[in-house]
Design a protein around this ligand. Sequence first.
Ligand code: HEC
Ligand code: HEC
Ligand code: HEC
Ligand code: HEC
Ligand code: HEC
Length: 189
Amino acid sequence: MKKTILDYTLKIRLPITLFVVALAFVATFYISRAERDGIGYAPEQPIKFSHELHTGKMDIDCQYCHTGVTKGRNALVPSVNICMNCHSVARKDKPEIVKLRDYYKSGEVLPWKRVHKVPEYAYFNHSVHVNYGIRCESCHGDVRKFERIEQVKSFTMTGCLDCHRHPEDQLSYIKNVKKGPENCWTCHR
Ligand code: HEC
Ligand code: HEC
Ligand code: HEC
Ligand code: HEC
Ligand code: HEC
C-alpha cells in the first residue's frame, strides 16, 4: 500500500517535532536558570580593565580601589581619579588609557556594567562578611586571575543560605567558624 503524506507526518515529522519541542524546553529551562543565578555573567566593560594585571601581576590591594568593603553595605567601584593616580603617567599613549583620560577630562562617570546584584528587597552587607574574615574569593572566585570579571557563585536565597547553614564547607580557613543567620528579617528588612 502506498504511503500518504499523513503517514510520513505522523511517523517522521511528529517524533522530530516532539523532540525539538522537548529540546527547546530543556534549553529554556537552563538559560532562564542561568539568568536567575547570574552564574557566568561577564559583560564586556567600557574599558578593558584587567584584575589579573592589576591585582595578580601588580598585586594592588583590593581595598585600594574597593574602599567600602570594611565600612558598609557596598564594596564601591573606584572613580576615574583613582585610576589617574597612575595613568596620568603609566601607559598614557595606549588607546584604552586615552579613553580613560577622556572620561577623566569630561568629568563623566565611567559607565561600568554592574555584574553582581541582589534584588532591592534582599539585604546584603559587605562589611559584616569581610570584617568577620571571609575572603573575597569565597564569594567572587579567584579575581586575581580574571582578565574580565565574571559571576562565579549563585546569590539566590539558596546560595546565601548554603553558606549560612554550612559555613565549614566554604570557610574552612576560619577556625570554629560560626553559622550565618537564617531569620527571614535579617535579609528581608
Ligand atoms: C585598580 C583598581 C582595582 C583593584 C585594585 C581591584 N579592583 Fe575590582 N574592580 C575595579 C573596577 C574598575 C571594577 C569595575 C569594572 C569591572 O568589572 O572590571 C571592578 C569590579 C570588581 C568586581 C565586580 C563588581 C560588580 O559589578 O559586581 C568585583 C567582584 C571585584 N572588582 C573584586 C575585586 C577583588 C577581589 C580585588 C582584589 C583581589 C579587586 N577587585 C581589586 C577596580 C579594581
Ligand atoms: C597603582 C597604579 C595603577 C592604578 C591605580 C591603575 N593602574 Fe592600570 N596599569 C598600571 C600599570 C603600571 C599598567 C601597565 C602594566 C603592564 O603592562 O605591565 C596598567 C595597565 C592598564 C591597562 C592596559 C593598558 C594597555 O593597553 O597596555 C588598562 C586598560 C588599565 N591599566 C586601566 C586602569 C583603570 C581603568 C584603572 C582604575 C580602575 C587603573 N588602570 C588603575 C597601573 C595602575
Ligand atoms: C559573603 C559574600 C561576599 C564577600 C565575602 C564579598 N562579596 Fe562582593 N558582593 C557580594 C554580593 C552578594 C554582591 C552584590 C551586592 C548587592 O547587590 O548589594 C557583591 C558586590 C560586589 C561589588 C559591586 C557592588 C558593590 O557592592 O559596590 C564589588 C566591587 C565587590 N562585591 C567586591 C568585593 C571585594 C573586593 C571583596 C573582598 C574584600 C568582596 N566583594 C567580598 C558578595 C560578597
Ligand atoms: C561564604 C559564606 C557566606 C555567604 C556566601 C553569605 N554569607 Fe551572609 N554571613 C556569613 C557569616 C559567617 C555570617 C555571620 C557573620 C558574623 O556574625 O560576624 C553572615 C552574616 C550575614 C548577615 C547578618 C548581618 C548583620 O547585620 O548581623 C546578613 C544580613 C547576611 N549574612 C546576608 C547574606 C546574603 C543576603 C547573602 C547572599 C547574597 C549572604 N549573606 C551570603 C556567611 C556568608
Ligand atoms: C541569608 C539571607 C536570607 C535569608 C535568611 C532569607 N532570605 Fe529570602 N531571599 C534572599 C535573597 C538574596 C533573595 C533574592 C533571590 C534571587 O535573587 O533570586 C531572596 C528571595 C526571597 C523571596 C522571593 C522569591 C524567591 O525565592 O526568589 C522570598 C518570598 C523570600 N526570600 C522569603 C524568605 C523567607 C520567608 C525567609 C525566612 C524563612 C527568608 N526569605 C530568609 C536572602 C535571604
